[in-house]
Design a protein around this ligand. Sequence first.
Ligand code: T5A
Length: 218
Amino acid sequence: MDALFITFEGVEGAGKTTLARWLSERLRQEGIPNWLTYEPWEPRLREVLLEHSDLRREEELLLFLADRAIHTRHIRVALAEGKTVICDRYADSTLVYQGYARGLDIDWVRQMNQFATGGLQPVRTYLLDVPVEIGLTRQRERNRIGAEEIAFHERVRAGFLAEAQREPQRFLVLDGTRPLPDLRELVWADVSRLRSSSVSVPSQNGACAESSSGKGAV
Ligand code: T5A
């Protein structure tokens, strides 16, 4: 069985980090080598973004893409070593935050993502869907990059859901308001199925997993 490339996406406070960490630990317990990683990949990029709140959206986009190009190189190495890669945010975040929410041309952002990743796509993306107010309440009082208004985060949520509809074979939409044990069970059942199927390291041009939702949250 080859390595899987898995991502977690969603609005802020959706529960991505919580589930990604859990999955990594669960795989480790099963003796399955994995690498838990996140974006922004370079920690200093967070500081740059926090310090320069006046960045133009194009500038912000280029910073995220440069970060992803470097990160993707490391992801490819981990996959080639047979490690399942679990990534907390990836290219969909750029498409949704800089495209859908900040208003850059979506198809152009898609092409830029393609350029930055060399076409590497996850085989599965878990989209944790929660109402914006719930996500923001969960992460309240923490120092975060995203302090934008509700309307912005609504565009983020809608953008993720639109992408999930566009690629239902890659996305699995999970109702992030469900209790954590339920979400863990759903993710583990899906990962187990992916592992036992013939699906493995994705091709250069897109996800290769069959099946799954994207049409409605489970
Ligand atoms: N960004 C990022 C872009 O604009 N473009 C890009 O290309 C990229 C890569 C990242 C920011 O950068 C932007 C998007 C963001 O604005 P960040 O600090 O990484 O900033 O922020 P988030 O990724 O949003 O991280 P958060 O920690 O805020 O959200 P998570 O990871 O979704 O939430 P998590 O797991 O930390 O959970 C939050 C709380 O909720 C609880 C947890 O215990 C925790 O306390 N929780 C639940 N409670 C009840 N039921 C559940 N099911 C729960 N799941 C979690």
